[in-house]
Design a protein around this ligand. Structure first.
Ligand code: ATP
Ligand code: MG
Length: 383
């Protein structure tokens, strides 16, 4: 039995109009020894505090959207009810956004749990809400400070999520639309050569932008441990050909020859991540190769692993920088070694994370002349 040093179990009031949600929360809490009181809307929740005979609940799980009276209004009223001033109120909400969070705090909420609620998370939040209340009573001012810091962190996290959602939907879509319009233009047979070249350039810039956006997103995902790898069998010769084909206009513009030597039939990898790994490495190689140079992609089997190597005939990477160039925002170009063209130093950071997420590795070596980036992928069966 969970108790607060009193001789009755801790009582949690669960307020939700959805019966299945109520039941899940109730079962989870009962299994842990809590007592549970149920309410289906805000009015019933307030009644649980106002009933003269009953003891007020020790903690409230409060749904936001409910008929009759929503969670925000109910929270305001609970704060005025007897025994409701200090009771921890945890909002349950399907909306994980800054506005809901701000509103929840404004009406006196203590925490914020996103639906669908996972039982272990629910228990942790209830426990910590009760613990925080105990500390609040004990520590007063200190508590206010800590709570302020936690709210600040939570808000920053939600802002980051909103920014990421903005990047995915609001930036990717117009870039894709631009590319589509450029493709439509290119279908026009009567287009003058110089116009055609300009439109092709627009397409290549749009692709570049999409590549950078995707790199940025995946780096953020990997930071949060959310970079998913969907392993499938990939016909590697075909993928290399397709990526090289996509980068041919850029290579031609730099007068760089693209080549491949593939000795492995298939690899086990995430198709999208592997494609972008190749595209980033080959794009870098082309950009750093002087005119009439060559970029070669080879795939061989080494000691039971697959090694994908991208080799160029450019200036190479100085030994002192061979680890650092994989850090985000690191560019040698900025130090005047090579000419920059508006990249942000995110490509290799993404590549490294994607390689690691595959259980593989990515390193750079000297190819004298030039650099060779070696991606090692373990030989595993697709799950
Ligand atoms: N093949 C290469 N030869 C020489 N230097 C390279 C090569 N590839 C990458 N670099 C150096 O490593 C830096 C980081 O590469 P990275 O791909 O992360 O960023 P970027 O290409 O500058 O920008 P982004 O990929 O974000 O558009 C580059 O700026 C460049 O200085
Ligand atoms: Mg790059």
């Amino acid at each position: 039995m969970e108790s607060l040093g009193q001789d009755r179990p801790i009582t949690v009031l669960v307020v939700d109009d959805n019966a299945a949600n109520r039941e899940l929360a109730q079962q989870t809490l009962l299994d842990e020894g809590y007592a549970v009181v149920l309410a289906t809307n805000g009015l019933e929740a307030i009644a649980a505090f106002s009933a003269p005979s009953s003891v007020p609940p020790d903690c409230v799980l409060l749904d936001v959207r409910m008929p009759t009276m929503d969670g925000f209004e109910a929270c305001l009223r609970i704060r005025e009810a007897p025994g409701g001033k200090d009771v921890p109120v945890i909002f349950l909400t399907a909306l994980r956004d800054v506005d809901t969070f701000d509103r929840a705090l404004e009406v006196g909420g203590d925490d914020f749990l996103t639906k669908p609620v996972r039982p272990p998370e629910l228990l942790v939040r209830v426990k910590s809400a009760l613990e925080i209340r105990r500390m609040r009573l004990e520590l007063g001012e200190q508590y206010e400070l800590m709570r302020g810091q936690r709210d600040h962190l939570m808000r920053a996290q939600l802002m980051k999520e909103r920014l990421m959602a903005f990047v995915v939907h609001d930036l990717k879509n117009p870039v894709n639309a631009m590319d589509l319009h450029a493709q439509l233009l290119l279908r026009n047979k009567g287009l003058a050569d110089d116009v055609r070249a300009t439109v092709a350039q627009m397409r290549s810039e749009a692709k570049n932008l999409t590549r950078m956006i995707s790199n940025l997103l995946d780096i953020a995902k990997a930071d949060e441990g959310k970079l998913d790898v969907k392993l499938v069998g990939v016909e590697i010769a075909r993928m290399v050909d397709d990526v090289l084909l996509e980068l041919t206009p850029m290579a031609s513009a730099h007068a760089v020859t693209l080549d491949s030597a593939i000795e492995v039939k298939s690899v086990t990898a995430d198709r999208d991540l592997l494609w972008r790994l190749l595209a980033n490495l080959i794009e870098n190689a082309v950009r750093h190769t002087p005119r009439d140079g060559r970029v070669t992609v080879s795939v061989v089997e080494v000691a039971g692993e697959v090694e994908v190597a991208v080799r160029d005939t450019g200036p190479g990477v100085p030994p002192s920088m061979r680890e650092r160039i994989f850090d985000p925002f690191v560019q040698l170009d900025a130090q005047g070694v090579h000419a920059s063209r508006g990249g942000r130093g995110l490509g290799l950071a993404f590549c490294k994370l994607a390689a690691t997420a595959h259980g593989g590795a990515l390193v750079v070596d000297d190819a004298s002349p030039g650099a060779v980036f070696r991606l090692r992928l373990p030989r595993v069966l697709p799950s």
